[in-house]
Design a protein around this ligand. Structure first.
Ligand code: SF4
Length: 356
């Protein structure tokens, strides 16, 4: 059976869908062939996955629909696609399914109604106010299994899916970190990931700076270095350069996605926003402390590891956005400004000391 899985973006969502790959492979083993279609900028997330037979990439900046269609047509000619599994449910993926109407397809349920109820009607806040139980959506890594177990089967090792990329990944050598620190033996380290795709989802950079100062000053954490990871566009992370310590390395803009994955695979902890970096950390079985602002843990994207933690504060206006893209409508961003560096620091300490 040849399945084509489709998820164009974004970073965290593509990572989370590697659980679907593992689940299908655990059910069908050698009897299944998996092709994965994603955007070119996220191909690093999939290219080393041991269960993906074909990776098809789409360059959203340079390629148009005919190029994408031709790639899928070629794939189908080379090896007949038995089913398209649309894990994105966007206009582009809908068009793909329509163009290849003769191939059976399945589309993911993105829980749009539930997210609408949580964000627009504030049903979570209202129910909490009335003392009623609040519904939460299943963790994203298990949602497909809940929905499609009657079609594909359930499997019996769901806990294995939680470590979805796998810790090996063939990236054992931390040569990049050793080079940065000019040291032959890099120490264990904590990743600080201050970036997020949309500005409202970012905990203020000054608070990240406070947190870093606290970790550096804490004697029980002095065996840990700190590595800042962020993309080339995340210039605001340069503010963290004012902190001088030989235990701190700011790699903002210096690593490719593939290299960032390497760091996350070997980190003791990742502290960041509701963003792809934290999902990657957990995908390698490492803990993540995730700070939530306008989005909500109840959407199903909260960290799930035993030593992981989601940090947020209850507010009548939360969640105000399903993606974190919408600009705050209040006089200040209380959801982020209300989370102190001390609060996050306590979680860092707890997580690291439990994991030791
Ligand atoms: S403070 Fe409220 S309205 Fe503003 S971004 Fe946060 S959740 Fe949304």
């Amino acid at each position: 059976m040849h399945l084509l899985l489709v998820r164009f973006s974004s970073m965290g969502d593509v990572v989370l869908q590697t659980a679907t790959i593992n689940w299908l492979k655990s059910l069908y083993g050698a009897h299944i062939k998996i092709s994965f279609l994603t955007s070119k900028e996220f191909s690093s997330l999939i290219e080393d996955h041991q269960y993906v037979d074909n990776l098809i990439t789409f360059d959203r900046k340079k390629e148009k629909w005919p190029e994408l269609s031709a790639k899928i047509k070629k794939l189908h000619q080379e090896s007949k696609i038995d089913m398209i599994i649309d894990l994105h449910a966007t206009l582009r993926s809908w068009r793909l399914r329509q163009s290849f109407w003769f191939i059976p397809s399945l589309t993911v349920d993105k829980r749009r109604v539930e997210r609408f109820l949580l964000t627009k009607i504030k049903i979570g806040f209202v129910k909490k106010f009335l003392g009623l139980p609040i519904f939460a959506m299943e963790p994203q890594v298990e949602r497909i299994i809940y929905d499609w177990k009657d079609i594909f089967g359930e499997g019996n090792n769901l806990s294995a899916l939680r470590k979805f990329i796998g810790s090996d990944f063939g990236l054992k050598q931390l040569t990049f970190l050793k080079k940065e620190k000019q040291s032959p033996h890099a120490k264990p380290y904590i990743v600080i990931a201050p970036a997020a795709s949309f500005a409202p989802k970012r905990w203020p950079i000054e608070k990240f700076a406070e947190l870093i100062e606290m970790v550096l000053a804490e004697s029980s954490l002095n065996k840990f270095d700190l590595v800042i990871l962020a993309g080339p566009a995340d210039e605001y992370c340069k503010n963290l350069n004012s902190i001088t310590s030989e235990r701190l390395v700011n790699l903002q803009g210096k690593t490719s996605l593939h290299e960032s994955m390497k760091y996350l695979a070997h980190a003791s902890l990742c502290v960041g926003n509701d963003s792809g970096m934290n999902h990657i950390s957990e995908a390698y079985g490492n803990p993540a402390i995730t700070i939530f602002g306008p989005t909500d843990e109840k959407f199903g994207f909260a960290p799930h590891g035993v030593n992981s933690e989601a940090i947020s504060i209850p507010l009548w206006c939360r969640p105000c956005s399903t993606t974190g893209k919408k600009t705050c409508f209040r006089d200040q961003q209380y959801c982020m400004n209300g989370i102190s560096a001390e609060r996050v620091f306590l979680s860092v300490k707890k997580c690291i000391l439990h994991a030791l």
